[in-house]
Design a protein around this ligand. Structure first.
Ligand SMILES: Cc1cc2nc3c(=O)[nH]c(=O)nc-3n(C[C@H](O)[C@H](O)[C@H](O)COP(=O)(O)O)c2cc1C
Length: 341
């Protein structure tokens, strides 16, 4: 049995690269979640020693500036901002982050344009990008990414096709130039420890932080997470290959059922000539517009989009962010302690 202090020091050492990169106590990123990751949750995570990240989503520059200022009023610790690359005002949003002295910018939702990476770095921020594959990861590093996130299909929200288990094996042994954070389906400290030992610099969790006391999500949204099991968190399904649907992992509800019926109805209209292919595709894409907000803010967990990772089964209660972070760290330390010295 390893001594607790020895185990804690070992975990600290495994987290050193990620922690130094982020400038916080634990190499744990609070994955940005649209509508959920606003000032309260972000500041609570950073105050707890993790690294909170604001989800900019569709916010305009003014709104983002206010959110950053609001977060800075609640914490003196570093935090990041997650920007969606297809936002039409991406460069202005980068500027807002730089003016507010945000230390880390996370580019999500696609390959970030070169000028955005350049502007962020020249302005003194560190750039974090997502990579779905080793080759693209290497390219992003050459383009200036200071760190990468590999997010497996177990994650909540928009997902790629490959699990974290496989991505970690494909990428971690081969890309050592920058810190790599793992995400998707992580709910316990033992898993964080395992990925650190495989070479990850740290982990990014979303779902586990939704039920933080400080999180402003509607009580019904949090309840859905507490009740949900891994098998309830499934990707949106596409019924016809001509009309692609971007997979989003969310809890099954009336909305997901209606989406299937909606696709079938649109398909029929397309086949009868009532809708053009473009109009049909747009119709399908628009189905979920505003659905995450309805679930998170209004508490419409039946019709809205209750985006959640497979880790949802490990969400059992509402608790302060600091308690959730401490629990994850304790689990990793306990796993190290249970080994022979
Ligand atoms: C409700 C919800 C909203 C999300 N919104 C975003 C987002 O706006 N931008 C982003 O990069 N990732 C988003 N994600 C993904 C998280 O940042 C994170 O990578 C993911 O939750 C990790 O998997 P886990 O949920 O199993 O921990 C979202 C996830 C959830 C559950």
């Amino acid at each position: 049995m390893t001594d607790r202090a020895v185990a804690a020091a070992k975990l600290d050492q495994l987290m050193a690269r990620g922690r130094d990169f982020l400038g916080c106590r634990y190499a744990l990123l609070g994955g940005a979640m649209s509508w959920v990751s606003e000032r309260n949750l972000v500041a609570a995570l950073s105050n707890a020693g993790a690294f909170g990240v604001i989800a900019c989503g569709a916010m305009d520059p003014q709104r983002l500036a206010a959110e950053i200022a609001g977060t800075q009023a609640l914490t003196t610790k570093p935090f990041g901002v997650n920007l969606i690359t297809m936002h039409p005002q991406l460069l202005e949003l980068v500027q807002v982050c730089l003016e507010a002295k945000v230390t880390h910018i996370v580019f999500a939702g696609g390959i970030p344009p070169g000028p955005a990476i350049k502007a962020a770095k020249e302005g003194g921020a560190r750039v974090i990008c997502f990579t779905p594959a080793l080759s693209l990861g290497k390219k992003l590093v050459r383009s200036g990414a200071d760190a990468l996130v590999i997010e497996g299909s177990e994650a909540g929200g928009h997902i790629g096709p490959v699990s974290l288990n496989v991505l970690a094996q494909e990428i971690l042994p081969h890309l050592r130039d920058v810190p790599i954070f793992v995400a998707g389906g992580i709910g316990r400290g033992e898993a964080i420890l395992a990925y650190l030992e495989m070479g990850a610099a740290g982990a990014q969790l979303g779902t586990r932080f939704v039920t933080a006391t400080e999180c402003i999500a509607h009580a019904r949204f949090k309840q859905a997470f507490i009740r949900g099991n891994a098998r309830d968190a499934v990707p949106t399904m596409q019924i016809d290959e001509r009309f692609p649907v971007i997979p989003v992992r969310a809890l099954v509800n009336e909305g997901t059922k209606r989406f299937m019926a909606h696709q079938a109805a649109v398909l029929q209209k397309f086949q009868s000539g009532e809708l053009s292919r473009e109009a049909a595709q747009l119709d399908i894409e628009h189905f979920w517009a505003g659905a995450l907000r309805r679930a998170v803010i209004d508490g419409d967990v039946d019709g809205g989009s209750v985006m959640a990772g497979q880790s949802v089964g490990m969400v059992t209660r509402e608790a302060p962010a600091a308690e959730i972070v401490a629990e994850l760290i304790d689990q990793a330390v306990a796993a190290l302690m249970s080994r022979d010295a």
